[in-house]
Structures are given as structure tokens and as C-alpha cells.
Design a protein around this ligand. Sequence first.
Ligand SMILES: Cc1ncc(COP(=O)(O)O)c(C=O)c1O
Length: 373
Amino acid sequence: MAEPIKASPERGVPRPNPMIEKLSPYQQGAAAVSGHDNPIKLSSNESPFGPSPLALKAYHDAAGQLCRYPDGTQSGLRRAIGEVFDLDPGRIVCGNGSEELQLLLVRAFLRPGDEVIASEYSFIMGRIHAVAQGAEVVVAPEPEYSASAEAILSRVTPKTRMIMLASPNNPVGDYMRAEELAHLVANVPSETVIVYDGAYADYVQAADYDPGFGLAAGAPNLAVTRTFSKLYGLAGLRIGWLYCHEALVDAVQRIRTPFNANVAALAAAEAALRDREFAAGVRAHNARWLKQIGDGLERVGLHVFPSAANFYLIRFPETGPLTADKAADFLLSRGIIPRPVSAGGPAGCLRITVGTDKENEAVLRALTDFMAQ
Ligand SMILES: Cc1ncc(COP(=O)(O)O)c(C=O)c1O
């Protein structure tokens, strides 16, 4: 019998793909604060209302099916999405969060040495997946705090194979105007995939916002990703969807694990989507509070960036007693958890999710007291 293999310093340990050594793990928003058993968690842009009661019922009902594999064709949820958004279900793929669908697009379309243009305030995981795939990430700045067609187009080279932008973006919450998106899509080479991340699209009420579906019907390289994690309150179930041309669907289907969307997620998402009244209520609450918070914080001397999403970014003075770090400590002392954006966001800012009435009032009170110090 062969000798068992012993670990020794000479033998070393398996080394990952060298691209992976360049990466740092994703930092999740904080969930706890010492001294507060029930903190107000406003660090991850989750819905303060949770899912619709119909989605919860579907989730509980799904318990009876847990010994079964999910429907790998995802037909029920794709049909529901098709009906609600007036889209062809054949162009829809569901996934374990929209993040997984972005990963699948990266794996399907990027080769080592390809270039990816990531707009400055796009979702960080897209870049992580691109680097792991051996691609070169080029960041397109967002000087006006929303994705800029000009900044992206001026960085396109013959090696550009993918463009990633979020609209509304994160951590600012602003969106690319419809005209600018159309200009971008018309001018990107047709073999370059544009990943148009609409994680916060469900909240947007502006008439000049384009969810991208009409453009994607005519542009085979436009891939729209959406999620049930935000407005639909299903972040914990991990369910999102992708709408794009059949050629992109086909590529993603070849590498998608067949059961990437689980039984409970498929059932709850379908029910959530069909509860239009609940969704409209969440959207209206969000819009009302974005305005109220913006006005309230401007009154105490803070700048709040325009946001169409379910969060807002506040700018604090860069020095002195009222910096973003000090504001974060002050909020934490009251059991409110904001999201610092020191890495990857505009300097001197905090991002805060829109919460319930009570939670938003607590934030306004706390920041008013903070500024009065
Ligand atoms: C811009 C953006 N895109 C995508 C995601 C990921 O969403 P999902 O939960 O569907 O993976 C997030 C999550 O916060 C996000 O902020």
C-alpha cells in the first residue's frame, strides 16, 4: 500500500489561479452593533417591508416540495416575468441572484486578456468575476455621479469584450438617462456585451429612465439583469433574472447549473411579482421618503445626492468634527447601521437604505443631533 501523503512545508498547498490571488473577498454590509439587540440595519439596501404576504405563503407552501429538484426550465417564473414586463420568456434566464447571472455572462463571454469596461459605480462583483476570468478591468469614471456613455465609449478598444454599468448605480443611486443609454448601445461594437444592471430599476419613477428591454429587443449585445432582492424583499432567497438576445441566453444556458434557482425561490418570486399592489406600495413609500429625507438632511446642512433607488448617499465635511466616519460612529451609537463607502465610492460619504417610517425618522433625528453638536 502506498504511504499516506503527509503535508510538509516543501510540498506546499494548492495554489489558486493566479488571477484569484489579485482579489480581496467581498465585504458585506455590517449587520450587528454592540449594545443594540435590534439594530436598525440600513447597510445593504434590503427592503424594510420584506416580501409580499403572497410570496411568504408561496414560500411556506413550497415546503411540501423540498424533496423534489426545482423546475430546471424555470418556466413558471419566466412566464410570470414575461407577463408582467411584456417580455418573451424565451429570452429570460433566472439565477441565484442577479449576481450569479452576471458571473455566467462573464464566464460565457470573457477570455483571458480581454478588456472589460466597468463604469465607476457599477456592482463590484462583476469586476471580481472578470478579474478571476483573466480579463483586464478598465474603470470608466462617473464624474457626474451616474454612468457616462462618453466615458465608456472613449475607453472602447478592439480588445473590449464587455461593458458593465449599473443604473441606478450604487452607492449614489442616480441613473443614466434614456437618451444617453440609447446613444451608448448604438455606439458600442455589436460583439461587445453590455451588462446593464437594473438591481434598483423597480424603484425608478422618472419618465426618462429606460429599463433597457426595448433596446435589448433590437440589440443582441445588451443583457439586462434584474433582481428580487430589493423591492420584492427576497434577498435571502437569492433570485434574479436576465433578459437578453437568444444567442446570449444560449451561451448562458450551456454553463448554468440546472437547479441554480431553488424551489422556494422560484415559487416566492412568482407570487411576489404577481402582487402588483404590494410592489406599488413599497415603491410609493420609497419615493416619499427619498424626498422627505433629502429635504430634512439638506435643512441641517448635509448634501444628499439625487437618488432613484432605495438608498441615499450623504456627503459630510472631509475634516473637522462632522466627518462621515464620525457620523457613522454617531449613528452606530444609536443602533443605526449605515454603509461606509470609503473604498469604491465618493470620498467623505455614507450610504443609508430607506427604512420603515420609524427607522427613517430615527435616522433624521440622529443626523440632526449629530450636525447640531
Ligand atoms: C448594483 C447592484 N447590482 C447587483 C446586486 C446584486 O443583487 P442580487 O441580490 O440579485 O445578486 C446589488 C446588490 O446589492 C447591487 O447593488
